[in-house]
Write a protein that binds this ligand. Structure first.
Ligand code: IYR
Length: 239
């Protein structure tokens, strides 16, 4: 008798001890006519193309439920092995935002005046960024996105996560789209190294801060740098 050495057989043998995976019919799917898809795609693109990153936030309050909805939307992202390795900390507390700003500006001062290469400084110059981060106290919400590098089981052992950076990046994109779609603005801010955020927010050592996202209304006199997006031909290839 010949032994079946196909990968499928190996996989079957290696997973025999595991419970059968459960599947359900794809929920909510409705195949749409092409014209309807085109109209929806054009409208969504037109709306997303109007998104801009501004550093100028109004101090007006934003209801917590809007932030919850943006986080729920982000949480719909696909993730490696469905580990959902994103954790959002949403801060409205003025004193906590002030402390984050102080620590951020300390770190950013070192970055802008020392750690950055001349090439990096030149690349950022058109964006008008510097170590002063008034958005961290102006915006009614500061959302810090953490990546869960690995899970922690009840007994303290580590549970591996997969494709964490990709998964968290996708969730961040959905968060940003949700914020734009509801009529607010956000700024993707990376005050590296961000270890201080874990300490300030009391998060576990299995989490790493990856983005700081102030959220709010733009100030009436908000400005943005005069930037253009790459055309389709530059970012896509069809074969
Ligand atoms: N993390 C710094 C510097 C910075 C870096 C890049 I790349 C940017 O696109 C913008 C800023 C900061 O947040 O100011």
């Amino acid at each position: 008798m010949s032994v079946d050495t196909s990968p499928a057989a190996d996989y079957k043998a290696l997973t025999r001890h595991l419970p059968e995976p459960k599947f359900v019919p794809l929920p909510h799917y409705r195949r749409r006519p092409e014209a309807e898809m085109l109209a929806a795609a054009r409208a969504f693109y037109a709306e997303m193309d109007q998104r801009r990153t501004t550093r100028h936030f109004a101090t007006d309050a934003v209801p917590r439920e809007l932030i919850e909805l943006a986080i729920r939307t982000a949480g719909t992202a696909p993730s490696g092995a469905h580990r959902q390795p994103w954790r959002f900390v949403a801060i409205a507390d003025a004193e906590l935002k002030r402390r984050i700003r102080v620590a951020t500006e300390e770190e950013e001062y070192k970055t802008y005046s020392g750690r950055m290469t001349d090439e990096w400084r030149e690349a950022l110059h058109p964006l008008g960024t510097d170590h002063v981060k008034e958005h961290l106290t102006d915006a009614p919400w500061v959302v810090v996105l953490f990546a869960e590098k690995y899970g922690l089981r009840a007994d303290g052992s580590h549970r591996k996560n997969y494709y964490v950076d990709e998964s968290v990046g996708i969730a961040a994109g959905l968060f940003i789209a949700a914020i734009h779609r509801m009529g607010l603005v956000t700024l993707t801010h990376t005050p590296n190294p961000m270890g201080f955020l874990r300490d300030l927010l009391g998060r576990g050592t299995n989490e790493k801060a990856v983005l700081v996202l102030p959220v709010g209304y733009p100030r009436a006199d908000a400005q943005v740098p005069d930037l253009q997006r790459l055309p389709l031909e530059a970012i896509a290839q069809f074969k």
